[in-house]
Design a protein. Structure first.
Length: 545
């Protein structure tokens, strides 16, 4: 295989990977259903990082590309898809330059010049700056949300409803402020979003807040209990409660002379389940076992006999830890004997959530398969809240969930960076950079102009894909300062004119116009994309790896 064949192969591999995120790109792209091959859990996401993380690749170069994106610093919050699409398009267009006779080093040099222009122009762009100051109140949170999240397929009223619900859940009901960053992060991570299929939508709110409690769907309840559990005393087991956990305690070799001995040995193993469960019930007062893994059917039998409700999570670490925080219990990762009741969690109630009054008498409810469980705290305030997204249309529910996830993801992005400067998004940035590269390249020699124009052309894959998945929103800015290098960092939206022209209220237009890109992330996307393309073009370097 010659060098050109290797370059073609690299282009095919990179394009194949980028195609996996193509129709998911942007705020209105399609979510993908992913099955984790290890835990068998189902993940629904449109984020390029998540999609690529679970994308199984056998080819060595493909794996190298995957690891490059997975390990790159900025990609946790939305940079993978943009970088993949741009890198793939740029590399494919690079082959056309090679076919026309341009030297690889000349191409790379042209790309470097184009990158310099991009970084220079980014510093001149109109911008908004978010400064989070504590104590943080409702007004500040609304302004942040209106800036950091782009448009979505759900209606403006639904967007505002979800924003208000999240803000209400994040704020302290007593003071209505957040005092510091650690408190802010803890409250963000304590939120649980649950999608509920509501067959009586006309009688219920689309979004509902459950304070000091969590509502979650458990596909198959693990025990045969048929009662609602009040005053729950919970043993949190961070490992599966299965036969292999019992066997791991006895690392000895046993030989059986006849089948009866084997039967007796297995019977003794089964009785070990009973011994554990009896001790938990009689000595510690446990009436609920929550395991972050499967529970052995034999163990379920004895749990049912002892009147202990058993709930099994399928390696859902995030939700399991939220239950632990809500109940103020310690997670146990061993079956070693437990002696202290202080390590057990406490909840007022575990019951079926049924979309009605939370304080009603539930004594006759039966725990059934494929339903929603409500974990209610004993403490007056725990800041562990659920936001229920309710609709009788599954697609609408998924859009609600996605918009809520986008809000939280971008909020964490803001908290994780010292400098939070935003520029106009939804493809405007790439279009502007492309125009400036064409303009400045026109004065250069042909040999340098070709790769720079190829760079400019490749940038347009971002707005073109956004338009393909959903038409972009037109934003209008008033520029008071040229860019983040100036001393006075101020920037406003021209919303009054837009409101008058389209007969919208100013507030409505403000929500329509929240479509901005993080400046630092945009720089990183460009730099890391060029770094990847340059590496793939240098065939001899790849062959020496």
């Amino acid at each position: 295989m010659n060098n050109l064949d290797i370059l073609r192969s690299n282009a095919i591999i990179l394009k194949s990977i980028s195609q996996s995120v193509l129709d998911s790109f942007g705020p209105n792209g399609k979510s993908k259903i992913i099955v984790d091959s290890n835990t068998k859990s189902i993940i629904i996401s449109s984020d390029g990082y998540v999609i690529l993380k679970y994308f199984e690749i056998q080819h060595p170069i493909g794996n190298l590309i995957k690891q490059y994106f997975i390990n790159t610093r900025y990609l946790l919050y939305g940079g993978v898809s943009s970088s993949l699409l741009f890198s793939s398009t740029l590399f494919e267009n690079s082959l056309n330059l090679i076919y026309q006779g341009l030297d690889i080093n000349t191409i790379i040099e042209g790309y470097s010049k184009a990158l310099e222009i991009c970084l220079d122009e980014l510093n001149k762009m109109e911008y908004l700056e978010i400064n989070i100051t504590y104590p943080l109140d409702r007004h500040q949170l609304i302004n942040i949300f209106d800036t950091i999240v782009q448009s979505n397929l759900i209606s403006i009223d639904d967007q505002q409803l979800i924003k208000e619900s999240i803000i209400t859940s994040l704020l302290d009901n007593n003071s209505l402020i957040i005092e510091n960053e650690n408190q802010f992060k803890n409250r963000i991570h304590s939120l649980q979003f649950t999608m509920i299929s509501n067959q009586q939508q006309q009688q219920q709110q689309k979004v509902q807040i459950i304070n000091d409690g969590l509502v979650c769907e458990i596909p198959t309840p693990s025990s045969f209990g048929k009662q609602v559990f009040n005053n729950a005393t919970i043993l949190l087991l961070g490992i599966p409660f299965q036969q292999k956990q019992i066997e791991s305690k006895f690392q000895i070799q046993i030989e059986f002379e006849n089948p009866l001995q084997l039967f007796k040995f297995k019977r003794d193993e089964e009785l070990l389940f009973k011994q554990y469960i009896t001790k938990w019930k009689q000595e510690l007062g446990v009436n609920v076992l929550i395991s972050n893994g499967e529970i052995d059917p034999i163990a379920l039998h004895y749990l049912d006999q002892m009147g202990i409700l058993a709930i099994s999570f399928n390696n859902n670490n995030q939700l399991f830890e939220k239950i632990a925080a809500l109940s103020n219990g310690t997670i146990h990762y061993s079956l070693d004997p437990l002696y202290s009741k202080d390590s057990l969690g406490k909840l007022n109630q575990i019951k079926i959530y049924n979309n009605s009054d939370d304080e009603q008498d539930d004594s006759n409810l039966i725990i059934q398969p494929s339903t929603y469980y409500y974990f209610k705290s004993t403490l007056p305030t725990t800041n562990q809240n659920s936001i229920l997204l309710q609709s009788n249309i599954k697609l609408e529910n998924q859009q609600f969930k996605r918009y809520a996830d986008d809000l939280i993801m971008n909020l964490l992005l803001v908290l994780g960076r010292k400098e939070n400067i935003y520029i106009k998004g939804e493809g405007y940035c790439e279009e502007t950079l492309s125009k400036n590269i064409y303009l400045r390249a026109s004065h250069l020699s042909t040999i340098h102009r070709y790769p720079m124009e190829t760079f400019a052309k490749s940038l347009l894959v971002i707005p073109n894909t956004l338009q393909l998945n959903s038409p972009p929103i037109n934003l209008n800015f008033i520029q008071e300062n040229p860019g983040p290098n100036t001393t006075n960092h101020s920037q406003t939206l021209l919303v009054e004119k837009e409101a008058k022209k389209e007969n919208f209220s100013t507030e409505t237009i403000h929500h329509r116009c929240s479509a901005f890109d993080h400046l630092e992330m945009k720089r990183n996307i460009l730099q890391d994309s060029i770094s990847l393309v340059t590496s793939l073009l240098k065939v001899n370097d790849i062959l020496s790896i």
